[in-house]
Design a protein. Structure first.
Length: 585
């Protein structure tokens, strides 16, 4: 008799329910998007158990040795296996290299894509699956368009409409590809999405703070691009030329102390150089890279888990399928424009671990503020400021900065981080990174400094509201409230969260309230203010204040005037509420 083990969390159970609903209405190939650390493996382990109990079979496809081992481990945690002839729930088989555990009595097989797509292995796999209901699970589903995956799915009947007993599900944290290949050709629908902010709020994932680290001399504008992102070799050369590994090592010592971390670099050379520089400043480090044997890689991970190694450096090896819960510092030493790659890297440090409360992300960027990089805002799913083109003149950039388009170093307290002493050929600048920097929304501050956005206003169809942030009493923690603009009442949206997540929740609430919102980069904001706008503002703030604004050049652009109007309205409505809430809560 089999005994159930590791239970499902509520959102994991809901994911299975939504997938089941999708299959019931005729969908055959569904995707589920859950952040790193949400327990995707636990979900499909439970699905495999249910399939086995119903007499069907489950094939789990993975492309990395670590993913295969994780799947087997989680299957064993979910279900206590008892092989025939004494038991009815056989252990999962593995199809990888020389392992061909495809006995007819096995109900679940975990297969390496590299092995399974070969003709002999694929024929054996098709034979094992024949005559039974089949669930095909694709781990890291954004890889599915590769020909090796497609060959397996076609052979198993995943695209054959007549094979109604074959269902396919893909799990991933990032259902997107940096090369722009359309995943919709495979996945018919996304059955369920789980928000990373929700999992952090509910303590399933670690809270995360970030610092951007500017490397003097790193000019990303000169780095060659391939498929929309920086080419690894060219980026590696640029990092080495400006002595970035030494600067990153200094930043690690300065901000991470004795915490355990992982560093992502673009090339093997830079990964080894990074480990050397960390060792030079007294931080034990080891490099993990693709040419290492599986045994050596596992040994390095084991030493890290035992605390013998403080920092692991790597080149595109630990971005997927590696559980490192003891590590709570991540260094993005590979600047990227790819949201998918950034989420994969940053997601490695979010798994909870005893004694940890907050993860730290050190995000390495170049000296210029014009480069559109994936960032912490990308990790949280928040929209980012639209790109400011490099071709703009200095005068145009100065003009845009007046409208809030230029990148700001910090909105937490209005000041940049302290500058480190000069080192080598340049200086190291770092600053606390705020999600306000990353939003396309026009977040504004009232006269008393309360951050807010308007929602449901200007004929957008919803009731006009102000959504605003209030200090939660604990340094760095915030609560979000929403109040109607022209009436009494209101409610707390979320309480006692990090500033970044407070902003994400605030934007989500604004969306729910309806109406349009203002994008920082909207073209109308750069146009001249209309007479109607100016007259309304004059009545709102009074003639004397209006004249003062005009003298200071604050009424030239439509965006400026719109923001001043919003600030005046919000100040009258929420400043006293925020003061009372901040004192009494």
């Amino acid at each position: 008799m089999s005994l159930a083990g590791l239970p499902l969390r509520d959102y994991q159970a809901e994911t299975i329910d939504r997938l089941t609903d999708g299959w019931r209405v005729g969908r055959r190939r569904l995707a589920a998007v859950l952040p790193t650390g949400a327990g995707k493996t636990v979900i499909f382990a439970h699905m495999a158990r249910r399939m086995a109990e119903a007499g069907g079979r489950t094939l789990i496809l993975a492309h990395r040795d670590e993913l295969i081992e994780q799947a087997v481990d989680k299957l064993c945690m979910v279900q206590r296996f008892e092989d025939p002839p004494d038991g009815s729930m056989p252990a999962p088989g593995v199809l990888k290299a020389r392992r061909r555990e495809l006995e007819p009595w096995r109900s679940t097989v975990v297969a390496s894509v590299q092995t399974a797509h070969r003709e002999r292995s694929l024929a054996a796999l098709v034979g094992w699956a024949r005559g039974r209901a089949l669930l095909v699970v694709v781990d890291e589903a954004h890889h599915v368009v590769a020909e090796s995956y497609m060959k397996i799915l076609r052979a198993l009947g995943c695209f054959d409409e007549a094979r109604v007993g074959v269902l396919t599900v893909g799990f991933t944290a990032t259902l997107a590809r940096s090369d722009g290949v359309a995943l919709g050709e495979v996945w018919e629908d996304v059955a369920h999405r789980v928000s990373i902010t929700d999992l952090i709020r509910r303590r399933y994932l670690l809270d995360v703070r970030a610092r951007r680290v500017h490397i003097a001399g790193l000019d990303l504008a000169r780095v060659r691009m391939v498929h929309g992102d920086y080419q690894d070799g060219a980026l590696g050369d640029a990092l080495m030329e400006c002595l970035a590994p030494a600067a990153i090592a200094r930043a690690y010592v300065e901000h991470a102390g004795d915490r355990q971390g992982i560093v992502f670099m673009p090339t093997v050379e830079t990964a080894y150089a990074m480990a050397d520089e960390l060792e030079r400043v007294g931080v034990t480090a080891a490099c993990v890279e693709g040419r290492m044997s599986i045994e050596d890689r596992r040994l390095a991970l084991k030493r890290s888990a035992a605390g013998e190694i403080q920092v692991l450096t790597n080149c595109m090896v630990l971005t997927e399928g590696t559980d490192l819960p003891h590590i709570d510092v991540g260094v993005i030493g590979r600047p990227t424009k790819s949201p998918t790659l950034f989420v994969q890297m940053a997601g490695r440090i979010l798994r909870p671990y005893p004694g940890q409360e907050t993860a730290l992300l050190l995000d390495v960027v170049g000296v210029g503020a014009r480069h559109r990089l994936a960032s912490l805002a990308t990790l949280l799913g928040a929209p980012r400021i639209e790109a400011v083109e490099d071709a703009l003149s200095d005068e145009e950039l100065a003009e845009l900065s007046l409208l809030g388009l230029a990148e700001q170093e910090s909105m937490n307290d209005g000041s940049a981080g302290a500058r480190a002493p000069e080192m080598l050929d340049g200086t190291l600048d770092s600053f606390e990174y705020s999600l306000f920097e990353g939003s396309v929304r026009t977040w504004l501050q009232t006269k008393r400094g309360v951050w807010f956005i308007e929602a449901g206003a200007d004929g957008g169809g919803g009731t006009p509201h102000v959504v605003f942030l209030v200090p939660a009493g604990e340094p760095g923690r915030w609560s979000v409230a929403a109040v109607p603009t022209m009436a009494q009442g209101g409610r707390w949206v979320v309480e006692n969260v990090d500033m970044g997540y407070a902003m994400a929740w605030g934007e989500q609430e604004a969306d729910a309230l309806g109406g349009r919102y203002t994008r920082r980069s909207a073209s109308w904001r750069r146009g001249s203010a209309s007479e109607r706008q100016l007259d309304y503002l004059k009545r709102l703030v009074g003639v004397n204040e209006w004249l003062g604004m005009a003298e200071r050049g604050e009424l030239q652009y439509a965006g400026q005037v719109s923001d001043v109007i919003a600030v005046a309205r919000a100040s009258a409505r929420i400043d006293h509420l925020a003061m009372v809430a901040g004192v009494t809560r």
